[in-house]
Design a protein around this ligand. Structure first.
Ligand SMILES: Cc1cc2nc3c(=O)[nH]c(=O)nc-3n(C[C@H](O)[C@H](O)[C@H](O)COP(=O)(O)OP(=O)(O)OC[C@H]3O[C@@H](n4cnc5c(N)ncnc54)[C@H](O)[C@@H]3O)c2cc1C
Length: 467
């Protein structure tokens, strides 16, 4: 069940469409090799698939105009944010127009009293937090890459803070969307809750650009906590680290962040980020709250860690120390892949109920012990979500086959534990067969929704499932 590319017809751009796009978008309509390459290659193991052209949108009107022109010419549109998705989600499998949303990058409003903001979809998560810095608010969702808010909404992304603050499904309050017919709709108002009809917001969140193009996002924000404490703790065994997390969650400790890194990942992190942490299974923690509340959380977790073979906590309380720590965690994917020069990465993404996490990680770790492809384990274990990062020799097809087999075994294991094949990366091209294995005939209902919303199959065709 590897990532197969759905076969479909590639239609040349008609001259009339090219003329109309040149007239409407001028130099924001591009067909140069470098630009096509940038929009057709992926962060992971998928082959490059070039679009026929790239259009840079600057407004909702631009998106409407493009949709109408492409619908009339029957040419697909593939929305593109920062291109950091892992499962070939933004790959133009049958060509078409890659619609680059990165220039729609304005923060339109911040409502400090309501703890929300309205942004264009090309705003990147780090820039949003820079914008919010002086207002005592922050946006917690932090995939390792500096992704766009539109891309993150479309993959239902999460990150290190999800254990406390939720994922994009919790963060998005409302969307402005351009439909495949070129209509502009708003899925909700700014109220914190609503029972007004179908929850279209949550339907578009995670739809990977297949149902509509997001042109505005209203996001829930959070107050910056009074006290933030981060710590690193190494363990004698990987099992001890996992047990500490599971027990902390079961004791209802409101961990803000808890990330696991196995020994090989710690070796990679030290090498890549020039650090000198103990090279042993490790947890990165962060605690948020009032000083007293943080002290209470820390005390509980310390006791649990000690009982599970943890060392003393190594604290990073100054903001610059904390950002160094989390920068190292965010760079962990590149650290792991680049342990081998010229290697390409493959990141798995299962998520299981907390009660099965220790077993799932232990069995996966045992599989990796006999793998000939270098691999590390890291993940957002507070949610039951972890990744294996493989560092694959692109010139050794046998390695790709071996990784496919290990990934298949891992997903089967997660499904047998009532987990999922993807905690946060989405389905894209790589997990389509696994989606069916996971949800069976529910996928037929998804197909009905896609056909009803986009009968022409104009938007990001060939993703999530084949029609
Ligand atoms: C080093 C690294 C670490 C990562 N860590 C995490 C992690 O911790 N958690 C996590 O969730 N992910 C992680 N990712 C994956 C990636 O960052 C996320 O999937 C992110 O949400 C993709 O955002 P993007 O802006 O790059 O979107 P893209 O890759 O450009 O697009 C992703 C999907 O969204 C669609 N899309 C983009 N913009 C729009 C729009 N405006 N309207 C409609 N559809 C749109 C595209 O068609 C595509 O289907 C990581 C990736 C890397 C490289």
């Amino acid at each position: 069940m590897a990532g197969t590319v759905p076969s479909g017809e590639r239609k040349l751009l008609p001259a009339s469409l090219v003329g109309a796009l040149e007239e409407r978008f001028a130099d924001r309509f591009q067909r140069g090799e470098a630009v096509l390459g940038q929009h057709g290659s992926s962060e992971t193991h998928f082959a490059t698939m070039l679009p026929d052209a790239v259009v840079y949108a600057r407004s909702t009107d631009d998106v409407v105009a493009l949709v109408k022109l492409c619908a009339a010419a029957d040419i697909p549109i593939i929305p593109f944010g920062a291109g950091t998705s892992i499962e070939g989600n933004a790959a133009p499998v049958n060509g078409g127009i890659s619609l680059d949303m990165s220039q729609m990058d304005r923060v339109l409003a911040v409502h400090t009293e309501d703890f929300d903001c309205v942004v264009q979809p090309g705003v990147r998560r780090e820039e949003l937090n820079l914008h919010l810095r002086d207002q005592g608010l922050f946006f917690p969702i932090d995939p390792g890459a500096n992704a766009t808010i539109g891309g993150m909404a479309s993959t239902r992304a999460s990150g290190t803070n999800a254990v406390r603050y939720g994922t994009m499904k919790d963060a998005v309050l409302s969307l402005e969307v351009v439909t495949p017919q070129g209509e502009v709709i708003r899925t909700a108002r700014r109220a914190r809750k609503s029972a007004a009809g179908y929850d279209l917001t949550r339907l578009y969140v995670g739809s990977e650009g297949t149902l509509g193009i997001i042109t505005e996002v209203t996001l829930r924000l959070h107050p910056v906590p009074d006290t933030i404490s981060a710590a690193v703790c190494s363990f004698a065994t990987l099992g001890g680290a996992v047990d500490t997390v599971v027990q902390s969650i079961q004791c209802a400790v409101p961990l803000a962040r808890v990330e696991i890194l196995d020994t090989k990942q710690m070796i990679a992190v030290n090498r890549w980020s020039k650090l000198d942490y103990p090279e042993a299974p490790t947890l990165f923690f962060e605690f948020h709250g009032s000083a007293a509340y943080v002290a209470e959380q820390v005390e509980t977790v310390k006791v649990l860690a000690e009982a599970n073979g943890g060392s003393a906590f190594n604290w990073s309380n100054l903001p610059e120390e904390r950002s160094k720590l989390w920068r190292a965690r965010h760079d962990a994917y590149y650290a792991a892949v680049n342990m081998r020069a010229g290697a390409i990465g493959w990141a798995t993404d299962v998520c299981v109920p907390m009660s099965r996490l220790a077993e799932c990680i232990a069995e996966t770790h045992a599989d990796l012990e006999t793998s000939s492809v270098p691999a590390t384990i890291l993940g957002h274990v507070g949610d039951g979500n972890f990744h294996v990062i493989f560092s694959i020799d692109p010139d050794a097809p046998a390695e790709m086959e071996e990784v496919e087999a290990i990934n298949a075994k891992l997903i089967e294991r997660a499904l047998a534990m009532d987990g999922t094949c993807t905690g946060e990366h989405g389905i894209g091209l790589g997990k389509q067969d696994w989606l069916v294995a996971e949800l069976g005939n529910a996928v037929d209902q998804m197909r009905l929704i896609k056909r009803a919303f986009d009968p022409q199959n104009l938007l990001n065709p060939g993703k999530i499932f084949t029609l």
